[in-house]
Design a protein around this ligand. Structure first.
Ligand code: FMN
Length: 185
């Protein structure tokens, strides 16, 4: 798929088949991710690839954390939370390294990791996969961070849910750039 076509036709897809994604395909996505620009070449991205049982383990951690924080919720709420990572056969949790020296800025690391995430979304789309970038409370949850091997003060840029699309929706028009742009000639 040509680059501009991929950019113009990528859309978040939530309805994904459970068919497993071949390891080779996942490695292509990760390779696309690390082509992103990053200041001082710090490579501030960290990827945790969750497939199969790994998704269930994440769901257990999410539900347990929710139980700690909101013990009065009905059992169905915990069951729903537990099942959230099962919405795709592949999740890539993307963490952001904290700056390791004064010249490195956290905002710039976040920018670089966001670029890596977009590379994954575009590469997935170009390979016929669907994907959705999700955050929500789970991206800020200390127990989730601990399970994924991140520090409590490290940002999780998102969970990229990836799988073969159930169906391809009609492309919807996005707002254009005009009202977000000034030209200084
Ligand atoms: C940092 C970030 C976090 C996001 N978190 C969520 C989320 O938690 N839940 C969700 O449904 N979509 C989430 N999205 C996806 C947006 O909802 C989606 O990109 C937007 O609706 C535009 O749709 P499109 O991707 O098809 O253009 C997130 C996107 C970004 C960039």
């Amino acid at each position: 798929m040509e680059l501009f076509e991929a950019i113009q036709t990528r859309h978040s897809l939530a309805k994904l088949k459970q068919d497993p994604i071949p390891r080779e395909t996942i490695e292509k996505l990760l390779s696309a991710a690390v082509q992103a620009p990053n200041h001082y070449k710090v490579r501030p991205w960290r990827f945790v690839v969750l497939t199969g049982e790994g998704r269930n383990k994440l769901g257990e951690v999410m539900a347990a954390s929710q139980m700690d924080r909101q013990p009065d919720l009905p059992q169905q709420a915990f069951d729903k939370t537990r099942s959230l990572p099962l919405r795709a056969p592949l999740l890539i949790a993307v963490g952001v390294d904290k700056p390791s020296e004064p010249k490195v800025l956290e905002i710039e690391n976040v920018c670089a990791v966001s670029a890596a995430c977009q590379n994954i979304l575009l590469a997935a789309h170009a390979m016929g996969l669907g994907a959705k970038w999700r955050t929500g409370e789970w991206a800020r949850d200390p127990k989730v961070k601990e399970f994924l091997g991140f520090e409590a003060d490290q940002h999780i840029a998102g969970f990229l849910y990836i799988g073969y699309p159930e169906f391809t929706p009609d492309p919807s028009e996005r707002p254009t750039y005009e009202d977000r742009t000034v030209w200084l000639d």
